[in-house]
Design a protein around this ligand. Structure first.
Ligand code: PMP
Length: 395
């Protein structure tokens, strides 16, 4: 029987991501393709203690159905985190979500009709591209440089697409490039969003994990017209398996979001909400985040050393000050999918840049992840990658 799927289901015979994951899953292959946090730093003992407290004191509440906007105890903790990130807000503006992935999906569902134009930086997070595609968006990419999305190109895109409805950005330690938007550009970005009347989806899963440089305020801090929907998550600072994130936004947007969320999953996991709220009360989360940043700094620096030692001298790399990814750009017209196959023959993998482009990919680009690989794996894998790159470029 052939099933007639809706247009929202990807009809893509050329499943690039599937192929990559399959190749990277071979145990002989060292994979820099993933995007997983370091599991050795999951706060297992702290969560265990928090869970005990929850079961001892409020087990029946935590195991009951909850409400779609999220548990007040957790929303109060999120308000404190937002204050620390430079954003003044209150519980009425905060909604708990089943990770940022759900925030992205529900916002796209709320704002994108088939054919609507949305703007993203290029390259960008591939799952967001999948979400926008599934709702039939016309996706317009805006070029970036080392300081994030280029504001001249952003305005050009807005003039060319006055119908554009929303813009999605990851301003800090972007996935896949690791790049960060400068403060001047953040201000200009919000100015342009105001001028062209755009909804802004600000995705900030990595901002807290900084190991170099000065902290920068989220776009939300410069939002004078309440048009920025800020999204973040506990996935990178605590544990992705608990599937909890949040949005901070205009109360009208939040009330519609809650209606959409009810249809999606009624509410996010109530037990996890209580455990994380309790964990945040019982622990100094910044001490924990410092451990994560220290480890990632070390792994980033080690990977960077090997890029300098092993890669062709004219290969360019981003220099992230936090987060989990480095972006590589090779000179010339390199077919990255072919390069990927050569690398897999050398038992090493990355994510080819093609996956992160809404339309035409930039050749010779790829993403490396360093958060979930130990020193020896970095050493062996980067040597293999260096050899494979030289072989492919000389061929
Ligand atoms: N946005 C970006 C940019 C991401 O990299 C990720 C995770 N890889 C997410 C959103 C989703 O994160 P989660 O659903 O775990 O909060």
């Amino acid at each position: 029987m052939t099933f007639e799927y809706s247009k929202r289901v990807p009809h893509n015979d050329n499943d690039v991501v599937g192929e990559i994951l399959e190749a990277a899953a071979n145990p002989a292959v060292i994979s820099f393709a993933g995007g997983l946090p370091a599991p050795e730093l999951f706060p297992v003992e702290g969560m265990k203690k928090a869970a005990d407290t929850v079961f001892d004191n409020e087990g029946q509440t935590a195991l009951q159905y909850s409400n779609a906007v999220g548990e007040t105890v957790l929303r109060e903790e999120i308000v404190k985190l937002m204050t620390d990130r430079g954003v003044d807000t209150s519980v009425e503006h905060v909604g708990v979500t089943t990770g940022s992935e759900q925030s992205i999906d529900l916002l796209a569902k709320m704002f994108v009709n088939p054919g609507d134009t949305v703007i993203v930086e290029e390259p960008t997070y591939l799952c967001t591209l999948d979400v926008f595609r599934s709702y039939g968006a016309n996706i317009v990419g805006v070029e970036m440089d080392e300081n994030g999305m280029r504001m001249d190109k952003f305005e050009e895109a807005l003039k060319a697409h006055p119908e554009a409805k929303l813009v999605y950005t990851i301003p800090t330690f972007q996935n896949p490039t690791g790049r960060t938007m400068s403060v001047d550009r953040r201000k200009k970005f919000v100015e342009l969003a105001n001028k062209y009347d755009l909804l802004v989806m600000e995705d900030d899963p990595y901002g807290a994990i900084r190991y170099e440089g000065e902290e920068l305020p989220p776009l939300k801090k410069f939002d004078t017209q309440d048009r920025v929907v800020y999204m973040s998550t506990f996935s990178k600072i605590l544990a992705p398996g608990m599937r909890l994130g949040w949005i901070v936004c205009n109360v009208d947007v939040l009330s519609n979001f809650v209606v959409m969320k009810q249809s999606a999953d009624l509410h996010s996991d109530n037990l996890s909400q209580h455990i994380i709220a309790t964990f945040l009360k019982q622990n100094d989360v910044y001490e924990h985040i410092k451990k994560i940043s220290d480890l990632y700094r070390h792994r980033f620096e080690l990977m960077l050393d090997y890029i300098k030692k092993e890669f062709p001298a004219d290969a360019k790399h981003s220099h992230p000050e936090g987060g989990m990814f480095i972006w590589i750009e090779l000179p010339g017209e390199v077919d990255t999918m072919e390069l990927f196959k050569t690398c897999v023959e050398h038992n090493v993998a990355f994510v080819p840049g093609d996956a992160f482009y809404p339309n035409k990919p930039k050749m010779g680009t790829f993403r490396l992840n360093f958060s979930n690989v130990d020193d020896e794996t970095i050493e062996v894998g980067m040597k293999r990658l260096g050899t494979a790159l030289k072989e492919a470029l000389e061929a």
